[in-house]
Design a protein. Structure first.
Length: 127
């Protein structure tokens, strides 16, 4: 008997910020949550956004300034093959870089399986 039909899934978690790096300037979080859900839905088949959380991030490039935030946490479960696909990873990475640039972040937090990725370089790779 197959207790887990469809096989094992990998959890990817994306934190959508509520403020810019200065900790004061509010961003259009609803836009970025909708964009994240659309990206995860089209690339990986679906996702769920959880209500605002409370968090803090230490900005070491600004003398350890604490940035308090109310991120929305987006969860996406996908097959191991889907997250290992280079084209899918490129779309996910591009989305994270775009969000980081356009919302003036010091870091975009992304968790894949049990590994945290601190995305801080928002330049798109050249081909």
């Amino acid at each position: 008997m197959d207790l887990l039909p469809g096989g094992k899934r990998v959890l990817v978690v994306l934190f959508v910020p509520s403020v810019e790096r200065d900790g004061k300037t509010v961003i259009d979080q609803d836009h970025w949550v909708a964009a994240a859900l659309a990206m995860f839905g089209s690339v990986f088949g679906g996702a769920t956004a959880y209500p605002k959380a409370r968090g803090v991030w230490r900005d070491d490039e600004r003398d350890g300034a604490l940035v308090f935030d109310e991120p929305v946490v987006v969860h996406c479960y996908m097959t191991p093959n889907a997250i290992e696909d280079e084209a899918n990873l490129a779309k996910l990475a591009s989305f994270c870089r775009q969000m980081g640039r356009e919302t003036n972040q010091g870091e975009i937090g992304l968790v894949i399986a049990d590994e945290y990725f601190a995305i801080r370089d928002y330049t798109e790779p050249t081909t």
